[in-house]
Design a protein around this ligand. Structure first.
Ligand SMILES: [Zn+2]
Length: 407
């Protein structure tokens, strides 16, 4: 697939000769589809005495293969709606919200932000005071990463040689990307094309690094691919259910690493001074961003309308400016992301909500931090599907539902 779709193979750390063979074979899409279908047919049910993890492995492999078949068909020109595509590739469908839903959040923000001009202008003016100066980016990111790593290592046993390096790049459709390179090493690229605000330091250090993508890849590699010899975990297909768990846990991992008010305290006491920003405003900034995070599904909604052909790229960008409060440059970058990754956008907000509900309901309402970490880490290192995260009795969010995304 990687020879047809350069985004498909997010990471591969299996035997090098398999990559050489796949690259030289250059199977046509129709042959890849046929092989995946044959493998699905041969898979069969798990052995009767299989443990839970092995049973999960079977259903997981079945859905991963079905998503591969669906991606082949998309590349081959099959037209799917946004929701059909997200179900086929990510085993989930994001809830729909209308403008009125987001307008209510915007009204709350409007009452919070100073000034009396248009909300987008007031928000942009507010944001400008929290940009990390370019010459301080490296120091701020390094400190944030050290903190996230230390917090994660307090609760999780990680290989002694795990580490990642950070590189600053420009001109990408994403704001940051984790490339797992195998042998417990990752490269994290941070896109500096647009201004980077102070909240992104913890966001990116947790999401891309600890306990997010880097940690998950290290755990899948060491516990499933190497310890158990489950070779399918030596490849990470980007357009697959695995990505919903990856993005959802990378987002929710921020709250695991910094429960309650610990995040704002660390930002105020350590990161604001390092960035040369006014620590007295850390609480105010965090409160505004808590409200802005309730606009998360505006991203999915813009992508759904745009990819279903209901609105143009320009309209999608304007929709994002209005309902997701993105700057014009951020909105354009985001539409570029929709073009490149399509329904992948659902993996962020919906992924986070599904992972949060799963961890909170499995750990219990009054669980200790230790217990929450354990449930979270077990999820990272197990073949669990998005549809398997929904606790019994909870109906999955349906397209067309207007339930609160925080509900
Ligand atoms: Zn991510």
């Amino acid at each position: 697939m990687g020879t047809h779709d350069s985004d498909y193979v997010d990471a591969y750390y299996g035997p090098p000769r398999w990559k050489v063979e796949a690259d030289s074979a250059r199977l046509p899409l129709v042959a890849i589809r046929a092989q995946a279908s044959a493998l699905l047919h041969d898979l069969g049910p798990p052995p009767p005495a299989a443990d839970e993890l092995t049973r999960l492995r079977y259903t997981y492999l079945e859905r991963q293969l079905a998503s591969l078949v669906a991606r082949v068909e998309v590349l081959d020109g099959r037209r799917l709606t946004f929701d059909e595509e997200s179900r086929a590739l990510y085993d989930a469908v994001a809830p729909s919200y209308d403008e009125a839903h987001f307008a209510r959040v915007l009204d709350q923000l409007s009452a919070t932000l100073p000034g009396d001009g248009p909300l987008a202008e007031r928000y942009a003016a507010f944001e400008r005071a929290f940009v990390i100066p370019v010459d301080r980016l490296d120091a701020v990111f390094r400190r944030a990463i050290d903190e996230c790593r230390a917090r994660t290592r307090t609760h999780l046993r990680l290989p002694a040689d795990e580490r990642f390096s950070v590189a600053f790049v420009a001109g990408k459709s994403w704001s940051a990307y984790n490339w797992y390179e195998g042998h417990n090493k990752s490269l994290i690229q941070v896109n500096t094309s647009l201004p980077i605000h102070i909240d992104r330091a913890i966001d990116l250090a947790c999401h891309e690094g600890y306990p997010g993508h880097h940690v998950q890849n290290v755990l899948l590699d060491s516990r499933l691919a190497r310890e158990r010899g489950w070779v399918e975990f030596s490849v990470a297909p980007l357009f697959s259910p695995q990505s919903l768990i990856a993005e959802g846990s990378a987002n929710y991992g921020i709250r695991i690493a910094f429960p309650g008010a610990e995040r704002v305290a660390f930002e105020r006491d350590v990161l604001y001074p390092l960035a040369g920003l006014d620590p007295a405003r850390a609480g105010e900034y965090a409160a505004v961003h808590e409200l802005v995070s309730a606009l998360g599904y505006a991203d999915d909604e813009a992508a759904r309308r745009y990819l279903n052909g209901r609105i143009s790229a320009d309209s999608a960008a304007h929709w994002l400016e209005r309902y997701a409060l993105m700057s014009p440059a951020q909105a354009r970058q985001r539409v570029g992301f929709f073009d490149q990754y399509r329904a992948y956008v659902i993996n962020y907000s919906l992924g986070q909500d599904l992972v949060r509900r799963y961890v909170e309901s499995t750990a219990g309402p009054h669980a200790s931090a230790e217990r929450r970490w354990r449930v979270f880490a077990d999820l990272l290192a197990s073949p669990r599907l998005p549809s398997g995260l929904i606790p019994a009795g909870l109906v999955p969010a349906r397209s067309g539902s207007r339930a609160s995304p925080r509900g």
